[in-house]
Design a protein around this ligand. Structure first.
Ligand code: GTP
Ligand code: MG
Length: 277
């Protein structure tokens, strides 16, 4: 599509069309410096080289995003299996919902710019921990730690960093357990360790964080001490209520005996029968 009949080289119109196509790709925002080329100042072979580089960048970038996406799918499956296992063992679901998201190209570029590092494949992999994000909303606080502990016991998961905003809430009241992990993603010819940001929180913590996120008060935080204090009170109230609910659950647990190993096996068999049948 790029080649002229005569010399095998692309013509200006074709290259302009390619650049325009690439820049209009909804998923890819190409670095402006690559697109701000004065086409009248460069010869055809330079343009051919430029178009090849652009194509290469786009393909590498899409491939990287695909890897992050694969990592997220694997992580989601791990959490779903943990939830099912827990359900069989304790007859309840510790996980309420799982959400995944890939950071958009514009956010990636803005974050790299803020960090003062280049926008490149290597730089994304090296500097960003949150291109792939998964949020796991649990029923109770103790579920968060059980799920995190079980996940980290998986042989293919490497813990890179951990921030426990439950044990140490942020001054505004934000609570969640954050893990940065690496997970291997297998392809036909190679394996790659891909970083994923995991946020584990309870329903109450999620409710607070979602509402707080919508308030957009942080820009003028200097004049917003009263708002910060009120939000902190809301977070503390929610935390106290959920601690009480956990107490109630633990009381109920203590009254109902846990299933025996035979019960667990039987329940697994029943679930397998349902799945197969
Ligand atoms: P970035 O903000 O992504 O640069 O991360 P960081 O290095 O400061 O890490 P941190 O673990 O503190 O926060 C990562 C993510 O947690 C954020 O992008 C939010 O999704 C969430 N988060 C952290 N603090 C708050 C908060 O005060 N309120 C809300 N709603 N979400 C928060
Ligand atoms: Mg982030």
């Amino acid at each position: 599509m790029l080649r002229n009949k005569d010399d095998g080289m692309p013509n200006m119109r074709q290259i302009e069309a390619l650049l325009s196509d690439l820049s209009q790709d909804s998923e890819i925002e190409l670095p402006a410096e690559l697109l701000q080329v004065d086409l009248s100042q460069v010869n055809t072979s330079m343009l051919l080289d430029l178009s090849k580089r652009l194509m290469g960048t786009v393909i590498d970038y899409k491939e990287l995003m695909m890897m992050y996406n694969c990592a997220l799918r694997q992580m989601r499956t791990k959490f779903e299996i943990l939830d099912a296992e827990f359900n069989v063992r304790y007859k309840r679901n510790p996980i309420n919902s799982i959400n995944t998201r890939l950071k958009g190209t514009v956010s990636i570029r803005e974050k790299l710019q803020r960090m003062g590092v280049p926008f490149s494949i290597d730089s994304i992999e090296e500097n960003l921990n949150d291109v792939a994000g998964i949020r796991v909303v649990c029923s109770y606080v103790d579920d968060i730690y059980s799920i995190a502990q079980s996940l980290l016991a998986h042989g293919d998961i490497t813990l890179i960093a951990q921030k426990d905003y439950i044990a140490n809430p942020k001054p505004n009241g934000y609570r969640s357990l954050h893990l940065i992990v690496a997970i291997p993603v297998y392809f036909a010819e190679h394996t790659k360790q891909i970083k994923v940001e995991i946020q584990l929180r309870t329903i109450a913590m999620d409710c607070w964080a979602e509402l707080e996120h919508q308030l957009h008060y942080k820009d003028e935080s200097a004049g917003n001490q009263d708002i910060v204090a009120e939000l902190k009170t809301c977070a503390d109230t929610l935390a106290a209520t959920e601690e009480k609910m956990l107490d109630i659950r633990q009381k109920i647990d203590a009254r109902a005996p846990l299933p025996t190993e035979e019960d667990v096996l039987f329940e697994k068999m029943r679930k397998i029968d349902v799945a197969v049948g």
